[in-house]
Design a binder for this molecule. Structure first.
Ligand code: NAD
Ligand code: ZN
Length: 397
């Protein structure tokens, strides 16, 4: 079969790879129909992770079950499923509490396991024609319909970016009438904006510097804030101040709350050798978040911060230390949540929003490619050029 293989920094190749062997008693083999390239794959691509060359990548995966082990009871050959990117056992201390992002048994190195990712266990990725699904009863979400129907491109978002955006909104305590700002208009930030809208936020600002991505944010009902137009925090302060209706409903002291209640980081660590404004200083988003959040507000960090990165540009980033202005956090009594998304907590509900026509996450898709085009797509998605926002690799029969 063909598979996208990490062969070193900025070097993804499409190789011939052995098809996953017949499933073990609790496993399944999936024939992949659609898989996607994620911003998280760029941490490997740009060399921020210690991944050994020769690993099939890809953790956003859906398809049709090809075969199942004899102990699998809830999934059958022919079922259409999407895989949460976390691989979990379902039985450990963390899984039973819903923290499948912190499964204690599926990875000997640390409490995370995922397909095709550095440090996440031995599991091969799903940017390939077939993938092995460990512990298949727990690690599949069943889907209605047929491959490549009207929902295919929505359902693939359930593997990661839609639940992750939603998780960011949960961590930031987004709810009806809340004001929200999202740093990053990549797939995760856009899904956070959609989630904020589903959760009833009254104001949603999305901050980035890529016009095409900011336009997509507008389509989800958000106000785009372009960093190139000046300090994004000041821009939001000013927009809110200029809004007569907002100003007229002031309670005593409310004029001191210039920012928003809920802030989401969907950028993460983007540093190293890139000279771009946004990436020079990996703490910049963190600084901006604490300036922007109102007192007693909430911050959700789903952008990934990785350590150690021996090749990083700054000493602190090399060690994985990203200084947070902790005194200001304390002063403002801000709560902060972060981490990998426990996809299984949300994917079923989000699937049903898709089925009932209340969410259309596929609006972020910019490119549909065949697997042979993957190396080129990685390059362009990484450079964020030519409108590359969300790339789907599809296997049509
Ligand atoms: P992405 O990396 O392309 O998106 C990042 C966006 O941030 C880009 O549009 C970029 O232009 C923008 N950006 C960079 N610096 C900025 C700055 N200083 N201010 C504002 N915007 C800035 O792709 P993505 O798929 O959306 O991933 C975003 C982050 O989410 C990555 O770190 C990824 O690893 C992480 N992620 C986390 C989880 C999780 O479970 N927590 C899951 C998936 C992805
Ligand atoms: Zn992902």
């Amino acid at each position: 079969m063909k598979a996208v293989v990490y062969e070193g920094e900025r070097n993804m190749q499409v190789n011939d790879w052995e098809r996953p062997a017949k499933a073990g008693p609790r496993d399944a083999v999936l024939r992949v129909t659609t898989t996607a390239i994620c911003g998280s794959d760029l941490h490997m691509y740009e060399g921020r992770t210690p991944l050994e060359p020769g690993h099939v990548v890809g953790h956003e995966i859906m398809g049709v079950v090809e075969e199942v082990g004899e102990a699998v009871s809830s999934i059958r050959k022919g079922d259409r499923v999407v895989l949460p990117f976390n691989i979990a056992c379902g039985f450990c201390h963390n899984c039973t509490r819903g923290y499948t992002n912190m499964c204690l048994t599926m990875n000997a190195q640390q409490p995370h396991a995922a397909y095709g990712y550095a440090g996440m266990g031995p599991y091969q990725g799903g940017q390939a024609e077939y993938v092995l699904v460990p512990n298949a009863d727990f690690n599949c979400l069943k889907l209605p319909g047929e491959p490549f129907d009207e929902w295919e491109e929505d359902f693939i978002m359930l593997a990661d970016v839609f639940p992750t955006g939603y998780f960011g909104a949960e961590l930031a305590h987004v709810g009806p009438g809340r004001s929200v700002a999202v740093f990053g208009a990549g797939p995760v930030g856009l899904m956070a904006a959609l989630s904020a809208s589903l959760k009833g936020a009254s104001e949603i600002y999305v901050i980035d510097f890529i016009p095409e991505r900011l336009e997509k944010a507008r389509a989800f009902g958000a106000t785009p804030i372009n960093v190139r137009d000046g300090d994004p925090v000041e821009q939001i302060f000013q927009l809110r101040q200029a809004n007569q209706a907002l100003q007229q409903r002031l309670r005593p002291g409310e004029e001191k709350l210039k920012g928003v209640d809920c802030v989401i980081d969907a950028v993460g660590y983007q540093a190293r050798d890139d000279q771009d404004y946004s990436r020079e200083n990996p703490t910049q988003v963190l600084d901006n978040m604490v300036r922007l959040v109102n007192a007693a507000g909430h911050i959700g960090i789903v952008g990934v911060y990785i350590a150690p990165d021996p090749g990083a540009a700054s000493d602190s980033a090399r060690k994985g230390v990203f200084p947070l202005p902790i005194a200001e956090f304390f002063d403002k009594a801000v709560t902060v949540g972060m981490g990998q998304c426990p996809v299984k907590q949300f994917n079923e509900y989000l699937r049903d929003l898709i089925i009932m026509g209340r969410a259309k996450p596929s609006q972020i898709v910019s490119h549909r490619i065949q697997i042979d085009q993957a190396p080129d797509a990685y390059e362009k998605f990484d450079e964020r050029i030519d409108g590359y926002t969300k790339v789907l690799i599809q296997f049509r029969e």
